[in-house]
Design a protein around this ligand. Structure first.
Ligand SMILES: Cc1ncc(COP(=O)(O)O)c(C=O)c1O
Length: 421
């Protein structure tokens, strides 16, 4: 019997488990641990070991990490930075804040950068950001080849892809420098957080200096993030049983600055809020560490749920991620942060699932630069620049794979989707 009233969410801090909530509760009552402590060094050390990287430097978001990387590269003002469309404004903004120019490259049907388009655009820049979208590694053989031919510096955007592998090698180890995100709906989460990693000593030392220079965010900002898992678990999710009440609580608590927003209004206009760029506070490093210890369990679960979706939706009207030369999801280095599928009525499906079934299906990305109310002109994106990204944005939806999705939840989602097959 399917329970239609249990809310299923893809984006409300999906990785939070009881032990994360207990940790956050303890932290709320031990404010002296918020700034100082050994957690930052421990997390950075664990990342160095995990990626076999010489340097790992933490920041309070992927955004701050990317901004620091761009600053560390010391590019002349106005330099172009190659990046794919079908992305988030959190990638474009650090480029703009650093006084640089995004150079948009179209994406392919697998949601990653389109290799022929990259080859054609490579001459326009010295730097390339490669995004591993939804946890699927970009084709790093080709990317590295093009970068070598054109002397491009590669920044790997691993915000979706901690633990993903290309040809058996972890993403984040192919380029000159990489960054990861611990924001609320990423692979692991401390509500906000990020890490930059590199084997290049010069870049590593500059990143360390920038981490010092940025300093930590305010205590009130840190408190907002610590409160998040607690309020989510005890208040928000129970209220989501009654659709609008959960949403009202979320909007109200964001309005009252009790909880943070994932993306601020300013950022949708290309502006920089004052809590970026900053270093990672000790409390958030503790929360990220607790999640990092569960990384393998999280990613194994994601692959298992993805396999189920794949088996159920293959051969239907939904486009499933059948990847070149790959039998099924388990056989690939994709960690499936989300199981992205396509359908001509994608936006209608997302709306119906939420309004009628209490299922929040993912909308990454219903616009070439998400979220949908981002001002494209402020992102220096001109409609028509990347036709395939625009096309995919109209027909993409993504399904939850996170640790709190049970096989029964996945069955309920598939049951709903089958109305559209
Ligand atoms: C592809 C991609 N890169 C980078 C980021 C930035 O990460 P963060 O939210 O930690 O700033 C995001 C998320 O917002 C993202 O989706």
């Amino acid at each position: 019997m399917i329970n239609k009233f249990k809310p299923i969410s893809i984006s409300l801090s999906p990785n939070v488990q009881k032990d994360d909530v207990v940790l956050a509760l303890k932290l709320l009552f031990t404010p002296w641990k918020w700034k100082q402590g050994s957690a930052i060094e421990k997390l950075e050390n664990d990342f160095r070991n995990y990626l076999d990287a010489k340097h790992a430097i933490s920041f309070n978001s992927g955004r701050s990490s990317l901004y620091a990387i761009l600053k560390a590269l010391d590019l002349p003002q106005g330099s172009g930075v190659l990046m794919q469309a079908f992305t988030c404004n959190a990638v474009v903004n650090p480029i703009l804040w650093a006084g640089l120019e995004p150079v948009y490259v179209d994406c392919a049907d697998d949601f990653n950068i389109d290799i022929p388009s990259l080859r054609a655009a490579a001459r326009q820049s010295r730097v390339l950001i490669v995004q591993h979208t939804f946890g699927l590694p970009a084709n790093m053989d080709e990317v590295v080849k093009i970068a070598r031919e054109h002397n491009l510096i590669i920044i790997e955007d691993c915000a979706h892809a901690l633990g993903a592998e290309f040809n058996g090698k972890k993403v984040g180890t192919f380029g000159d420098v990489a960054f990861f995100s611990f924001s609320r709906d990423k692979v692991i989460s401390s509500v906000y957080g990020g890490m930059a990693t590199t084997n290049n000593d010069q870049i590593g030392e500059k990143l360390k200096a920038l981490q010092e220079e940025f300093g930590q965010p305010s205590l009130s900002w840190t408190r907002q993030q610590i409160q998040h898992p607690v309020l989510l678990y005890y208040v928000m999710l129970p209220l989501y049983h009654f659709l609008d009440l959960g949403k009202i609580f979320l909007v109200l608590s964001q309005y009252l600055h009790i909880l943070s927003k994932a993306v601020s209004m300013q950022e949708k206009r290309g502006e920089r809020p004052d809590y970026f760029p900053k270093a990672l506070p000790n409390a958030l490093a503790m929360m990220a560490q607790n999640q990092f210890n569960k990384l393998e369990k999280f990613n194994d679960h994601r692959k298992k749920i993805a396999e189920f979706y794949y088996q159920q939706l293959l051969g239907t009207q939904f486009g499933v991620p059948v990847l070149s030369g790959v039998e099924g999801p388990q056989n690939h280095g994709n960690i499936f942060l989300r199981f992205a599928i396509t359908h001509p009525k994608a936006h209608e499906i997302i709306y119906e699932a939420w309004s009628k079934e209490n299922i929040l299906i993912g909308d990454w990305y219903t616009s070439v630069i998400a979220p949908i109310d981002t001002q494209l002109d402020k992102m220096k994106y001109i409609p028509g620049m990347c036709p395939n990204a625009e096309h995919l944005a109209k027909k993409t939806l993504n399904l939850p794979t996170h640790i709190n999705i049970s096989m029964d939840d996945a069955k309920r989602i598939v049951h709903f989707l089958k109305k559209y097959t």
